[in-house]
Structures are given as C-alpha cells and as structure tokens.
Design a protein around this ligand. Structure first.
Ligand code: SF4
Ligand code: SF4
Length: 378
C-alpha cells in the first residue's frame, strides 16, 4: 500500500500527549515485555516506527493502540526512556479524532480552550432551557408549601423525556457513525477478506470484551486496576442506560424503599463511579504508576466532570429523600448542567468512546487474524 509520509506527524501528535519519540532505537524490549502482544498483533515497537516515519494511514488502519491497556511495563523496561506506553495512549487519543468525522474531537484534544468552550456552551444552553421551562421559583415554592418534593412536576417531564430522546439519538448516531468509520479504515480500506461466518463467530468476543474488559487482566500486576476500572465502567453504563433509555422508570416522585431495584441500581452505579473517580484521581495526583505519571488535560476534564456529575447526583438524591424541595430543584439544574456536557462530549468525542473502540478493536483484530489464517499467512 503506497501512502504519503507526513514529516510533521510527531509534532501533531505532541498535541495528543506524546512526549518522547525520537529516543527509541528499536531494540524491541518493549514488545518483548508486553504481556498483551501476540502473533498477528504486535506492539508497541511497530507503532513507534510508524510514528517516526509519519505513516498516518498505517496507523489509522491499525487496531494495536486499542489493545494496549497502559500497564506501563514497557515504559519501565525501555533502556532509552522512550515511554512506549505513553505513545500508545497518545495514539488512542489521535485515533479517536481520526474516527470522528465532525472534527470536534480533534479540536478538543488539541485545545483546552475549545474543550472549555464546548463544556460551558452546553452548560449555558441547559441553564437557559431550565430558566425558561422549569417552574423556578414560583411553582417550586407552591409545591414545597404543599410538602414533599415533586421533581417531575417542577421539571416538565415530557420536555425532559424529549430532551433525553434527542440526546440518545445524537449520542447513538455519532458513536455508531464514528465506529463505522473505524471499521472502514481497519477492515474495508485494507481489503481484508472476512467471511460472514467469521463476523458472526467473533461476535461473542465483542460482547464479552465489552462487558468485562477481560484482556486487561492479562497485564501483570494490574488486577486491582482492572477491577476498579470494571466497577467504574459498569457503573457508568448502568447510569447511562437508566437516564438515557429508562428515565421515566428511574426518575420518579415516589420514594421507593432502599431495596427496590431502582435504588439498588442507582446505588451500584454511584458506588462504581465514585470509587473509580477517587481511585484514578489519587493515582494521577500522586503519579504512582507509569500510566498516571503524565496526564493530558482531557484526562482531568473527564475525571472532574464525572466527579461533579456523581456528587450533584448524590446531593439531589439526599435532598429528595429528605423532603428538601428547593435544594433538590436547584441541585437538579446544576446536575443537568454537568451531566449533559459530560455525556455529549465524553461519549462520542473523548474518553468514554474508548469503551466502544476497545472491544471493537479486539473484534476487528480477531477478524483480521482469522482472515490471515485462512490465507495461510499467519
Ligand atoms: S521504545 Fe524503548 S524498549 Fe521499545 S524498541 Fe524503542 S528503545 Fe527499545
Ligand atoms: S503499556 Fe502495557 S499493554 Fe501497553 S504496550 Fe506497554 S506493556 Fe503492552
């Protein structure tokens, strides 16, 4: 495959977090140290070479950056301190922007200013809509004087559900189209011949890896990291499904007993999110592992948005079950102001999209391996 070489590629990647890249002298120690590399999917030395040579198309069609879970073993073993694990992390950010056809992801990864503009714009729109449509403070005061909290009356429930559906369609559409773009670059463009039977046979691995991130467990010494990551991810997915798909069941004015499935699921999601956010924030503050020594600004934005979403969600719940109407209403508006940008920015354009790209990458890698085996090339 002939392709154009981009001599400025490493400079471009600096915006995505790459620091050292010319130190590598290709000894291959990092690849030997990596417990996830295997026949047919070799990394990270190969990708370092592609970066140094400016082979953007090769990288755009490669799945390997997604198969790295940044355990940091390769960083520790590298005799040149070339930080291969970090390069793989930067490549994941870069690839997220390559799959995103809107260009928003690229803008946000390259510029703090753009990321903040997007966050504040979405929050401002939510605030303006809340001021226009929610009954603050007159209606809320009337409800308060009648006793109790009526979240679904204070906020016009039909409008909230309509907004919910718009977000659901927008998120789904963006994520699916970006994932298709990934499929196009990895499979269709590279002309890998995959049979229908292989697509079906490998579907199981896609679902399994989405639900468990099982490959991550193969990283040496990363079992705690994997478990907390799993709690965070399942907590997030639980909450996402409940607020985007089942909001009318999840957000009711009836206060169920603590053992009701609605509350149990809410508590599980909150626990997973809170534990995960605190764990990853401490790691980043203390820089205690290779994967947390150098943070890109988007890593922090993601954690801060998630922390604020979780804390405001907890406060809404506490105020509501204690019958504190006004604090519940105002906190609910604030909660929506952090939750909405968190969903609209992180799911299709930033960190949470990795939840979809990682298992898809494993799926595509399996398809490629099966095709190569069939052709006797593996
Ligand atoms: S990144 Fe380090 S360990 Fe890997 S090939 Fe280059 S010099 Fe060797
Ligand atoms: S960070 Fe870990 S998983 Fe990623 S390439 Fe290095 S050794 Fe492999």
């Amino acid at each position: 495959m002939s392709q154009r070489i981009d001599p400025n590629f490493t400079l471009e990647l600096e915006k995505f977090g790459i620091s050292e890249n010319n130190e590598c002298f290709h000894c291959g120690t990092c690849t030997a140290a990596c417990s996830l590399t295997e026949k047919g999917v070799i990394f990270p030395r190969k990708q370092i070479r592609a970066v140094q040579m400016g082979l953007k198309e090769t990288l755009a069609s490669s799945v390997e950056p997604w198969l790295c879970y940044f355990c940091g073993d390769c960083n520790e073993q590298c005799p040149r301190d070339a930080k291969p694990g970090e390069l793989m992390m930067s490549l994941r950010r870069y690839l997220t922007s390559v799959y995103d056809w809107t260009g928003i992801s690229k803008l946000m990864y390259k510029s703090k200013l753009w990321e903040f503009i997007f966050i504040f714009l979405i929050a401002a729109v939510v605030l303006i809509l809340s001021i226009i449509f929610m009954h603050v403070p007159a209606e809320a005061e009337r409800l308060t004087s009648q006793g109790g909290v009526a979240l679904n009356k204070f906020a016009p429930v039909d409008l909230i559900h309509l907004g919910d559906m718009v977000i659901f369609i927008l998120l789904g559409g963006l994520l699916i189209s970006n994932a298709f773009n990934m499929y196009y670059k990895v499979i269709l463009k590279t002309k890998v011949k995959v049979s229908l039977g292989t697509y079906i046979k490998e579907l199981g691995s896609l679902i399994w890896n989405f639900g468990t991130q099982w490959k991550f467990r193969k990283c040496d010494g990363e079992k705690t990291y994997w478990f907390i990551h799993l709690l965070l991810m399942t907590g997030y997915v639980t909450l996402l499904v409940m607020i985007v798909v089942f909001l009318s069941w999840f957000q009711t004015d009836i206060i169920h007993p603590w053992y009701h499935p609605q509350r149990i699921l809410g508590y599980y999601a909150t626990f997973g999110l809170m534990l995960g956010v605190i764990y990853f924030m401490i790691k980043r503050f203390r820089k205690i592992s290779e994967s947390s020594k150098n943070s890109h600004f988007t890593d922090w934005t993601f954690l801060v948005l998630l922390l604020l979403t979780t804390i405001t969600g907890i406060l809404v719940h506490i105020f509501r079950i204690n019958g504190l109407a006004m604090p519940t209403y105002y906190m609910y508006v604030f909660h929506l102001m952090v939750l909405t940008p968190m969903l609209l920015i992180e799911v299709p354009f930033s960190k949470w999209s990795h939840l979809a790209y990682r298992p898809l990458a494993i799926y595509f890698a399996n398809l490629k391996k099966a095709a190569l085996k069939k052709e006797g090339k593996l």
